[in-house]
Ligand binder design. Sequence first.
Ligand SMILES: [Zn+2]
Length: 92
Amino acid sequence: MEIILFLLGAMMGSAANALIDRLPRNESWVSGRSHCDKCKHVLNWYDLLPVFSYLLVKGKCRYCKSPIPPRNLLVEMFLGLAFIVFPGNFQL
Ligand SMILES: [Zn+2]
């Protein structure tokens, strides 16, 4: 159960990261797919798994090897843990 809560939180974190990244640039965050900042490579679903993808590619873009800001991982982990610690707050 904790795993599911963590994944839920991590997915929220992922969405939050997309927001943080795109809002300042006035990019739409509901349409359009995530891409690498450096090489503009559109990311596949397996590049977008919260936390796990980051660990899998060791914090680097799979295609151009440029480092991914650790903030992405931190936000995902933080929200994932928050969901475990405060599950009542997030129940629908
Ligand atoms: Zn890249």
